[in-house]
Each structure stands twice: as C-alpha cells, then as structure tokens.
Design a protein around this ligand. Sequence first.
Ligand SMILES: Nc1ncnc2c1ncn2[C@@H]1O[C@H](COP(=O)(O)OP(=O)(O)OP(=O)(O)O)[C@@H](O)[C@H]1O
Ligand SMILES: [Mg+2]
Length: 467
Amino acid sequence: MSRRVLIVDDEKGIREALKQVLEYEEIEVQTCASGHEALRVYPEFRPHLVFLDVKMEGMDGLEALKRLRELDPRAQVVMISGHGTIQTAVEATQLGAYDFLEKPLDTDRILLTLRNALQHVVLVSENVRLKGEVHAQYEIVGSSKAIRQVIGLLEKVGPTPARVLITGENGTGKELVARAIHALSPRAAGGGPFVEVNCAAIPSELIESELFGHVKGSFTGAFADRAGKFELADGGTLFLDEVGDMSLSAQAKVLRALQEGVISRVGSAKPLTVDVRVIAATNKQLEQEIREGRFREDLLYRLNVVPIEVPPLRERRGDIAQLVAHFAAELTRRGGLPPKELDPAAVQRLTAHDWPGNIRELKNAVERLLILAAGPKVTEADVLRLVGTGDGGVGRGPAGAGGEGATWLRAGTFEEFKQAAERAFLLAKLQEHDWNVSETARTVQMPRSNLYKKIERYGLTREGGPS
Ligand SMILES: Nc1ncnc2c1ncn2[C@@H]1O[C@H](COP(=O)(O)OP(=O)(O)OP(=O)(O)O)[C@@H](O)[C@H]1O
Ligand SMILES: [Mg+2]
C-alpha cells in the first residue's frame, strides 16, 4: 500500500531534506511552504501523515494543527520543532499531534517516528472493532462526571500507541486505568503482554537490571543472563508504576529507550530493539521533582504525551454507593464472604467519609464491614464503628471522637486489626444484650472473667467510647 506524507515547513532546506529521506523509503511526498497551503492541499492529497513545522511565518504550526484536525479529526501530525520551540511542540502533542521531532533532523529519528506513526494509522482503523470487544475486560465502576471523563480519555487513547502518564493520589485506580488502556490497544488484541514494574519497590542499584536485564557476571549476584522488563514487554505495554521514584541514572537509560527504541542489558554493549508502549504512573508532583533535581524534564516530556489525572474519591462521592455495591457483590461472589445487605444509612455514612486512601481504602472497608458486622445487615452503627462519626475528619480524630471506629480502618497490621475487630465485636454483643455480661459471655463463648478483662482492657463503655 502506498503511503502519502505531507511536509509543511517554511524552510526550503528542511522540506527538501525530509522529502529525500521519505522518498528513499518509497513514500509519496508533497511539500507545502505554509499552513494555508497545507490546508488547501490536504483534502485532495489525503496524506497518511503530516510533518508540520512549529514556527512558520503567517499561520504558525499550532494553528495549522488545529485547523487540520478540524478538517479531519483523524489527521496524523508530527510536529517539527526548532531550537526554542520544544515547549510548543509538547503542547501540540497534547492538542492531538502524534509526536514531535527536534531540529536538527536526524535520519534515524525521522524513520523511527515515521514507522510508528504509520503503524498507528493502520491501527486507528481497527479501533472501532476492538472497542466493543474489550470493554468487559476491565471494570471501572462509577458514573460521576469526573470518572466518565477519565474513561472517555482512556477509550480515546487506548487504541493509539501514545504514551500516557497517569497521575493521582494513592489508591485512586491508576493501575486499573493503565490496564484498561492496554486492554483497549491492538497490542492486547494481538496477544502482547502487559508488564508491570513498580519503580518504588526496587532498590535503586537493581532498577537498571530489572528494566533492561543483565548479562552474567556484570555485577555481584548476576549469576546468569536475564531479560529485563523492557524485553519482556516487547510487542506489549510496559507499565512504569511510581515512575517518580526512579533513580536519575535509570531515568537516563529509560529516556534513551524511549527515544531510540533501543536498549542494552547491563554489562553488555549489544543494542536490542524493542517495541514497547510505555504507560507511566505516579502520585508525585513531577514538576516539583524536576525543580528539586530528582526527575529529568526531558523524560517527563517523553512520558507525558497524554496526561490522565485520576481524581480522588472525595471529588466523586457520587460513585461511592455504586462502588460499595460492586465490592460487596464481588467479595461475596469471589471472596467467599456471606452476602449481607447494606442499610441505606450505612451507605450514606460511607459516602460522607473522606477516604484519604481512596478506592483501595473503601474496598478494604467494605470487606471489613462484611466480615465484622454483627447482624444480618450492615448498619449505620457498623459503619460508625468502622469509620467514626463521618464528619469528614473521621478516622483521624482523637481516639474518643470516633468511638471504636478509627482503629479498625487505620489498623496497620493484622494484629491491630484483629484486636480492633474483637473490641468492636465484644462491644456490639454487649450492647445487643443490654450490657448483660453473662449473656454476652455465653454468646461469644468466653469465660466471664475473660470478658471482664477484655472490657477493661479495651475500655469499653455502653456509649461505645472509652470509659
Ligand atoms: N473505578 C473503580 N472501579 C472498581 N474498582 C476500582 C476502581 N478504582 C480502583 N479500583 C480498585 O481499587 C484498588 C486500587 O486501585 P489501583 O491499584 O488501580 O490504584 P492505584 O492508584 O494504582 O493505587 P496506588 O497509588 O496505591 O498504587 C484496586 O483493587 C482496584 O481494582
Ligand atoms: Mg498503583
């Protein structure tokens, strides 16, 4: 199939040089010296790809990009940026340009970008078919405007090869978004893997070997040749989780891998070509990290082609009821917990809570409620015991304010959790029996003396707070 590429640049030298490189690749080329001319030529020539200069006399590249995409929303554009216009080129990728090239133009870079972009063109037409099929593979629950925006964006970007940087607080669902993007990509459809690497969990002296692999003997402990995550993700997606925690030297290597599509194992000079789509995530403010010299600005540009910000749960409280129902159903179906209804008042309490740990924390809370609620239903009182009074600051206030609550949710270890659970359980039983210790002791099958000890130890009172 013959490919058509339109080159738009007001510098004759650039037009000629690019044309020569492309024609050598047997690509049909037309050139324009201005944005206006490009808009005239585009509809007849119907190029698969446009190379567009950022800085031109008259209509500049950004304006031309906008108009081209109005003309054809699927127009594929690669910006050509000169010295000093790199920021604009990055902006352009956020406006829908596929990628950008920096002057002076380098033949290898041109060809790589060309190859990727043209591959992308083929894929774009496959999207529509793919979309319906993969929807079921990921389940992002919620219908708030905030989450619908996220879903809209990921459905748009998923089928493209664009890199995505996902930001958001802990537990907001960044990984889920990354997996959904992969699931929507032709890479997944073709059997390509989703490979995850948590940059924060790997000691900095091992991160390079983890990402790029190593050869036997390259450092103490390297007993055999080993492939890195980039190699394992070949043909698929590499999810760089907590990318803000990567060492500067690893960042330099990742940058090279992204720019050139080439890696080498630690201890080896042999270049390996890999075809990997990178999705990165972080809960850090990378701009801040850059200012403090901990993160490379050029790497941010490369990673952040399409930014997706996942909003915290407190900014989409409307989703909480739906999430609670979803998790409760999932936990009873797959987690083997007995089904238990949630009182509407209980759900209301959960909705009022601030969830600093976001969806992960909510999911844990639902699990704990199902395990620990004393009766056949999860009641408002159960929730209060779990999260406190629900005034927003719950679970973090002084021990007394949330009654028994705070500690259930905040329990750091399983031991703490068990104790908190026992405390709450005993309290519920005592209340159920109108503080009848003998009756409760029988119900919980515990000698009365033990129960008295526990009442004392946990400082239980009829009101639920410590005595
Ligand atoms: N919208 C959602 N619908 C259903 N489940 C969700 C949703 N968002 C997150 N989850 C679930 O919540 C948990 C936390 O999500 P995930 O691990 O994706 O968050 P994260 O932002 O990567 O967290 P961290 O910053 O801690 O790495 C997971 O079990 C995930 O399946
Ligand atoms: Mg995560």
